[in-house]
Design a protein around this ligand. Structure first.
Ligand SMILES: NC(=O)c1ccc[n+]([C@@H]2O[C@H](COP(=O)([O-])OP(=O)(O)OC[C@H]3O[C@@H](n4cnc5c(N)ncnc54)[C@H](OP(=O)(O)O)[C@@H]3O)[C@@H](O)[C@H]2O)c1
Length: 264
């Protein structure tokens, strides 16, 4: 082999950018990449409350194209490279109720947030990786893309399914340039986004909040591990996938859902 194999999960010397890295899954990923030695940049619309953080922060609304261009320029000017890009921003922003409940505007909003924001950022930052001839891109998707719930998350699931397709195609396109692209599909994870979703669901269904999780999961086939994931459990997989130890992994989509997806 031309290159020596490395099974290291050490990320010292790497520059990592985590979108939505101030809360939930993104924050846990940023913290774990930093623990592994990476220099971490987090982005969000609002500066994080946690002032102890060692991460650099750049304010950006990823649904705004001009702000994405500015972000890429700032990364290039300040760091001159990017080794790990975690496209984490996304989430459910539209109402349930099935296909008739969703307007064109709902569909456009969900596609902007869960698909186009990521595509735009990749287009802006991948040239740095292409120049370096190395890099890792990780797309945070969702199990709902494979198990859509028509009355709860239709447009969200469809936009993330499109993200999965894009992720696979991008992986094939840039593999020969030394860049790996991987998707990670969590099930239910205990984050501010999920807490809000469960509160809304309980209110709409007229059920106690403590029953909301099992009711939602019951609409699929339940969660064999019987609980939601902690954000750190998702981050632990991402940290491995971003490291040299995952050097032969590209073009795949990892489910991390406590066994919720019903087939192997
Ligand atoms: N939680 C789950 O159960 C679950 C399950 C499957 C998949 N996922 C996926 O995991 C990812 C993260 O979800 P999460 O639950 O951790 O979300 P979260 O708790 O709501 O955190 C979202 C992060 O993104 C930032 N953000 C939101 N809108 C933004 C925008 N327009 N531009 C830039 N930053 C923005 C937020 O900060 P600001 O508000 O300050 O901008 C925050 O840092 C999403 O892609 C979601 O679809 C989550």
């Amino acid at each position: 082999m031309e290159n020596q194999l490395s099974f290291s999960t050490d990320l010292r010397g790497k520059i990592a950018l985590v979108t939505g890295g101030t809360k939930g899954i993104g924050k846990a990923i940023a913290d774990q990449l930093a623990q592994a030695g990476a220099q971490v940049i987090v982005t969000a619309r609002n500066r994080p409350a946690d002032s102890d953080s060692t991460h650099s922060f750049i304010a950006v609304d990823l649904t705004q194209a001009d702000q994405v261009t500015q972000l890429a320029q700032q990364v290039q000017d300040t760091y001159g490279r990017i080794d790990i890009l975690i496209d984490n921003v996304g989430g459910l922003t539209t109402p349930g109720g099935g296909f008739q409940a969703l307007s064109d505007q709902d569909w456009e909003q969900e596609l902007q947030f869960n698909l186009l924001a990521t595509i735009r950022l990749d287009r802006a930052l991948l040239p740095l990786m292409q120049n370096q001839k190395s890099g890792v891109v990780i797309h945070i998707s969702t199990g709902a893309a494979k198990q859509p719930l028509w009355n709860l998350n239709l447009a969200y699931s469809v936009s993330k399914a499109a993200l999965n397709c894009y992720s696979k195609a991008l992986a094939n396109e840039v593999a020969s340039q030394g860049i790996r692209v991987v998707a990670v599909s969590p099930g239910a994870v205990k984050t501010p986004l999920m807490e809000q979703f469960l509160e809304d669901f309980a209110r709409n269904e007229g059920i106690p909040l403590e029953d909301a999780f099992t009711t939602v999961m019951g609409k699929m086939s339940g969660v064999p591990l019987g609980r939601m994931a902690e954000p750190e459990e998702i981050a632990s997989l991402v940290r491995f996938l971003a490291s040299p130890a995952a050097s032969y992994i590209t073009g795949v989509n990892y489910s991390i859902d406590g066994g919720a997806y019903p087939i192997a």
